[in-house]
Design a protein. Structure first.
Lengths: 176, 557
């Protein structure tokens, strides 16, 4: 069965479409020949075969939880996709990776989270700049879509909206 | 105190709905036990020996009478009629049912309370001085900045899955009452020469298995940058803190392994890149929040109250109570009062629903309808007219809330221990009670003077035994419960960690061991010298000799 991916698609008017799509990307194993089509390679593969992969096109890179986004800083403009691995349910390193990719390094392509994640991670991942999510096969992505509506407000700024609530409280409709 | 506006209400209501959904998914088998555990912990829900335990946040320890009445109502309806105040200014229920928790949270939300982030590997309830706003030695009232920090850390998207729990304290007075040196981050508020408010930033302190006094990584941080700087610290920690070993995952281990200077350099570098973000606190926001903590409408009173002075002279028990449980206030004619939750025979910090209702009434009658929870597990009425103290004392006595032992040996700080907590190695409450019974002579207690005795049932050190003048730690040896004793620990601005005196003891030996430590002190003390100072002056050897010399056979390796 092809993998499915949850995508957040921002529209210029400010609305965001949330939907489950068939995934066009394949995670390439490090030790096998590269498959056809759109592929996501490990950072080590990218570093070793950068020029070849750039010529090939349709290549994204994935970072393991502890890998430095700084290693990709120079390449981000030419990458359509960066994926970040979440090896364990409670391993939160990738949230900072996402924030750094989006803010420090200005990455504009698809930022994807994959690994041991579920419905209860998605709201915060989206806040940290992720816009694509691949859940393990036993978790239903359709069920998880509701997560993006868990909160309508946020106290603090993050990638999705850098302004904390306190900068809007007075103008957003008056205090009680 | 801080009152919710519609945004705060909406956020807490959405959190209740989210947790209700998580609980339902768990009960329906859609979330596994392993997946649900960290989610419920982020709402303060543990599964304990007897039943679930729910930890309710009391931000910076401040409660209104209305809130306390709701806590009493919940204790009656969903628990067994009591609650337990903790060393981190929270309240714990020991007997709620898992399926009732969403309803309990909904009731808490009605009175602007919650259980958000009272457990789990995220930023926890923020600690402040229980005398904030009234202490004569206060430099800056920490509560407005603590509330701003609370809001910032609530559901922070980047820092919800840290390597380990994360505790922040703010202290704003000369004598520290928050253990600011023993938190993951301690922020000591100061003023610079120009009168500008800022903070000394201390990182990597903590108790637990590896107790460490924190390191100052920045001498002066302008207050506007509190959030941007804490964000930089947390980002460094979230990325580089250890995740392979639960016992080495706290920030103190990262600070220690990098060295405080290198850790500080990394934080400063991160901060340089982010310091001018919209998270810089505005004057308007500080003013908005600070308005919630404006001083109460105090009466103009003479500082010396004739009736109070007369009552002190006429009633020795009242004078004893006033000596220990009444504290100075910055406004003439007022005092702060500790209502002791350390009556012998009652687990330290436990309070019945009836007592909660009673204290709610006392607070309305005597203290502007507000009270505080201290990290020593007592309640504080912070704004009492001196002329009301006698009436307050008489009323408090009727409910067992006037034990005159604040700062004394029987004011034992104690975790729930092996009677309730599934982490504990040993029971702690019966040890506290046995010691309290041994020292039941009030005159002797007052003669012994200042003495903090702290008991933890395990390494997690919820009873803060490392900073007790006498610290007791429950340990497990081949399935039996033993108690390790340390002396010389101290909280405050010259905090120190206690030194272990030697091999541990059986439960029955503990009152005798404490008595020998006290006897040694009495033999060696200079006039007016408290126990802990004597320990620091003469070292632990004389104490050790007394305890083990006479009881070699009872001591075990």
């Amino acid at each position: 069965m092809p993998e499915r991916v949850i995508r957040l698609i921002a529209h210029p008017g400010g609305t965001t479409l949330r939907r489950v799509e068939r995934d066009e990307w394949t995670l390439a194993a490090a030790d096998a020949p590269l498959p056809e089509g759109r592929i996501i390679v490990a950072l080590a593969v990218w570093k070793a075969r950068r020029d070849e992969l750039l010529a090939r096109g349709s290549v994204g890179v994935w970072l393991a939880a502890g890998e430095e986004p700084a290693h990709l800083a120079a390449d981000l403009a030419s990458l359509p996709l960066v994926a970040v691995e979440f090896p364990k349910w409670a391993d939160g390193r990738g949230y900072s990776t996402g924030v750094l990719l989006r803010t420090r390094y200005g990455f504009r392509g698809e930022l994807r989270a994959f690994g041991d994640i579920g419905r209860d991670h998605l709201f915060n991942l989206a806040r940290c700049g992720f816009d694509a999510f691949v859940l393990p096969p036993h978790r239903d992505p359709e069920d998880a879509l509701a997560a993006f509506g868990d909160f309508t407000l946020r106290y603090q700024g993050s990638v999705d909206d850098p302004a904390p609530l306190f900068r809007k409280r007075a103008t957003a409709g008056g205090l009680q | 105190m801080y009152r919710y506006d519609r945004y705060d209400h909406a956020l807490v209501a959405e959190r209740v709905a989210q947790f209700r959904d998580q609980t339902q998914r768990f009960l329906a088998g859609k979330l596994t036990e392993d997946e649900f555990r960290p989610l419920r912990l982020r709402n303060g829900l543990y599964i304990q020996r007897q039943a679930p335990m729910l930890r309710v946040a009391i931000p910076y320890g401040l409660l209104s009478s209305t809130q306390l009445r709701m806590l009493a109502h919940i204790a009656r309806k969903y628990d067994r009629g009591y609650g337990h105040f903790t060393t981190r200014q929270n309240l714990q229920y020991n007997w709620p049912r898992l399926e009732d928790v969403p309803d309990i949270l909904a009731l808490l939300a009605e009175v602007e309370m919650h259980a958000i982030q009272t457990s789990g590997n995220c930023v926890r309830n923020i600690t402040t001085d229980h005398f904030a706003g009234v202490a004569p030695d206060e430099i800056v009232d920490t509560r407005p900045l603590a509330e701003i920090l609370r809001q910032w850390s609530t559901f922070h998207p980047e820092f919800n899955w840290l390597p380990r729990k994360f505790k922040i304290a703010l202290s704003g007075s000369q004598s520290d009452r928050t253990a600011v040196l023993l938190h993951d981050i301690g922020l000591q508020l100061v003023r610079d020469e120009a009168g500008e408010t800022g903070m000394r930033v201390i990182v990597g302190g903590g108790m637990g298995r590896t107790p460490i006094i924190g390191h100052v990584i920045r001498e002066f941080l302008p207050w506007r940058h509190m959030l941007t700087y804490v964000e930089a610290i947390l980002r460094v920690y979230n990325r580089y803190g250890r995740r392979d070993n639960l016992w080495k995952a706290r920030i103190k281990i990262l600070v220690k392994s990098l060295g405080p200077a290198e850790f500080a350099r990394q934080v400063e570098e991160e901060w340089e890149a982010t310091r001018d973000s919209p998270s810089v606190i505005t004057d308007e926001e500080l003013a908005r929040v600070a308005a919630h903590f404006e001083p109460h409408p105090y009466e103009k009173l003479p500082d010396v109250d004739g009736e109070y002075v007369q009552a002190l002279a006429e009633s020795r028990p009242f004078a004893k109570w006033a000596e220990r449980n009444v504290h100075p206030h910055r406004v003439p004619g007022y005092a702060a009062v500790t209502l002791s939750l350390k009556k012998t025979g009652v687990p330290p910090g436990d309070v019945t629903a009836g007592q909660m209702d009673f204290v709610a009434k006392l607070a309305e009658q005597f203290s502007f309808g507000e009270l505080r929870v201290s990290h020593e597990q007592n309640l504080v009425l912070a704004d009492v007219r001196k002329r009301d103290l006698f009436a307050l004392w008489q009323a408090a006595k009727t409910q067992g809330l006037a034990t005159p032992n604040v700062g004394l040996l029987t004011n034992i700080v104690c975790c729930p221990g092996g009677d309730f907590c599934s982490l504990a190695n040993a029971k702690s409450i019966p040890i506290a009670e046995a010691i309290q019974r041994r020292f039941d002579d009030l005159d002797y207690l007052h003669d012994i003077g200042e003495l903090d005795l702290n008991i933890s049932g395990c390494m997690n050190s919820c009873g803060h035994h490392h900073v007790g003048h006498i610290g007791v730690l429950g340990v497990d040896k081949q399935g039996a419960e033993w108690y390790q004793v340390s002396i010389g620990g101290r909280q405050g601005s010259n905090a120190a960690l206690g030194q272990v005196i030697g091999p541990s003891f059986a439960a029955a030996e503990m009152p005798g061991v404490i008595a020998k430590l006290i006897d040694t002190y009495i033999d060696h003390r200079h006039e007016g010298e408290p126990f802990v100072d004597t320990v620091h002056r003469i070292g632990i050897a004389p104490f050790k000799a007394r305890v083990y010399g006479e009881e070699k056979e009872a001591a075990h390796a």
